[in-house]
Design a protein. Structure first.
Length: 469
């Protein structure tokens, strides 16, 4: 299952609802006139030049991670992507995590960009991704690496979520929708599903289940999942066991004479998302093992479903020998075909001056007083342009969006800034009144406490179900 494809479909669904209804209440409240769609044969206009991975046009963060050069206004609309960095990311604090409403492309200041509500276990041993009921919808959590990887060895040490309809993921996802997946459906805790995509082309035969047998299931035990991605082959490992190998040579498609092999710089994405909701297609619901049961033990105990990530390790490989350029700062595309041979290594900057900027005018909107520290912690300014995918201009018509301002209670017409998001991080202990992995029954929480946890959580949630649906 291509999880972002499902998400994109949901985004498009809500966007077309918006178009059909004229304007959603949340967008009206924000003064946001988003919802311009992009895709094959449908490029973004110059005023809103960047096509997000959800198929919608905007400026600012739309031009950063996920900006698809194939459907953006011009090749230069998208901002160059931060180069791979060999690093062991310990996920034992929230320090390296910045909300997507604050990030302008400076990968030296953040390791991960978040949407949703990442928390920390009380003992600081892992980052918790949460999935909570949010009105009629559901809010998942997504962390995307700020640095891209263009071939390398990437591992995640994690515990998945559990329960029908709850999907955990550790994937590599490129801006032209090449994808390498480990996905885990919460209804099957004994398998990791391995998968890959080239440029988002759906192929239902690429998924292979990898058995996770040693030491306990995917929910209750720590396991390390790894992909070794080279220009010629891809190997999926479970706890050091090479469980699956894909050779590029075997992916050649004789219809278009291209290798349908992941071959472009990709972000690492860690997520917990609701596949089992009535907003998903039936195929997605079935794949995920059915609809989410919001009265399940994990929700009763903590107020949310959760997955845990303790460590992500990245070893970058050298660029392919035929790579164009010798820069050490960023990747960019020299051609909209989006193939390996089109990727260039450059020294071009990656940081926008404001949420009004795009790749063709990167300093746009930067005030001179802040330009020296640009990218540090900017916040979207109220605008009639869509500035943050999943936040503004990208639906939210079902009332699940940050943009609705319901979390901040400010009711201000400038709530496009999604101020709630910045307060959404914290330790589970201080944020929600405790975190319990729920292995033992009867943790002592009274019904009243549980209800309070849930409502406090609801108040903290500042995210868009749309993204994760
Ligand atoms: C993988 O396992 C799931 C059940 O968890 C099953 O629905 C799916 O068909 C399996 N995929 C393959 C390719 O066997
Ligand atoms: C390692 O992977 C292979 C290939 O999928 C599998 O047959 C084998 O059972 C795995 N070994 C362990 C110890 O998991
Ligand atoms: C080749 O690619 C086309 C789309 O470009 C796809 O429809 C077709 O199924 C692919 N063929 C194979 C054998 O994968
Ligand atoms: C390499 O990059 C330069 C600068 O962007 C470009 O002019 C040239 O056409 C590229 N060469 C190839 C083979 O893509």
């Amino acid at each position: 299952m291509n999880y972002l494809r499902a998400a994109a479909a949901a985004a498009l669904y809500s966007a077309s609802t918006v178009l059909a209804q004229g304007q959603s209440s949340s967008q009206a409240g924000n003064g946001v006139s988003g919802g311009i769609l992009c895709g094959a044969g449908n490029l973004c206009p110059e005023s809103s030049p960047c096509c997000s991975q959800y198929g919608q046009c905007g400026v600012g963060a739309y031009c950063l991670g996920g900006c698809d050069i194939r459907y953006s206004n011009s090749l230069d609309s998208c901002v160059p992507a931060p180069l791979c960095q060999t690093q062991d990311y310990k996920l034992t604090s929230l320090d390296g995590i910045t909300a997507n409403t604050k990030y302008l492309g400076d990968a030296t200041k953040a390791n991960w960009v978040s949407q949703g509500t990442p928390l920390l276990t009380p003992d600081n041993s892992a980052v918790i991704l949460t999935l909570a009921e949010d009105g009629a919808s559901a809010s998942g959590t997504l962390l995307s690496s700020t640095h891209y990887v263009w071939y390398g060895k990437i591992s995640a040490t994690m515990k998945t979520g559990r329960g029908a309809g709850v999907v955990s993921a550790f994937v590599l996802f490129s801006d032209v929708q090449d994808e390498i997946d480990f996905e885990f459906v919460g209804a099957d805790l004994n398998n990791a599903q391995s998968n890959f995509y080239w440029q988002g082309v759906t192929d239902y035969d690429n998924e292979i289940n990898l058995t996770v047998s040693e030491g306990g299931d995917t929910f209750s035990a720590w396991h390390t999942y790894e992909v070794d991605w080279t220009p010629t082959s891809l190997t999926w490992y479970v706890d050091g066991n090479a469980s699956r190998v894909l050779n590029k040579a075997d992916t050649f498609n004789t219809t278009d004479n291209k290798y349908h092999y992941p071959q472009t710089p990709a972000r690492i994405q860690l997520s917990l998302w609701p596949a089992g909701t009535t907003k998903s297609g039936q195929g997605t619901i079935d794949w995920a093992g059915g609809l989410i049961d919001w009265s399940s033990q994990d929700v009763q105990t903590n107020g949310y479903f959760y997955s845990l990530y303790n460590d992500v390790n990245v070893e970058c490989y050298s660029a392919p020998s035929d790579a164009n350029g010798t820069g050490t700062v960023s990747y960019r595309y020299g051609n909209v075909d989006g193939l390996e041979g089109n990727v260039e290594l450059t020294n071009d900057p990656t940081v926008l001056g404001s949420f009004l900027a795009d790749g063709t005018d990167m300093d746009k909107g930067a005030s001179s007083s802040t330009s020296s520290s640009k990218g540090a912690s900017a916040t979207p300014t109220p605008t009639n342009l869509a500035t943050v995918p999943g936040l503004s201009g990208a639906g939210g018509s079902d009332g699940t969006g940050v943009g609705s301002g319901s979390d901040s209670g400010s009711g201000s017409s400038s709530s496009v800034s999604g101020s709630g998001t910045s307060s959404a991080s914290g330790t589970a202990a201080t944020g929600i009144g405790g975190f319990d992995q729920g292995d033992q029954k009867g943790s002592g929480a009274s019904k009243g406490e549980e209800v309070m946890r849930s409502s406090m959580f609801a108040a903290l949630v500042a995210f868009i179900g749309m993204l994760m649906m």
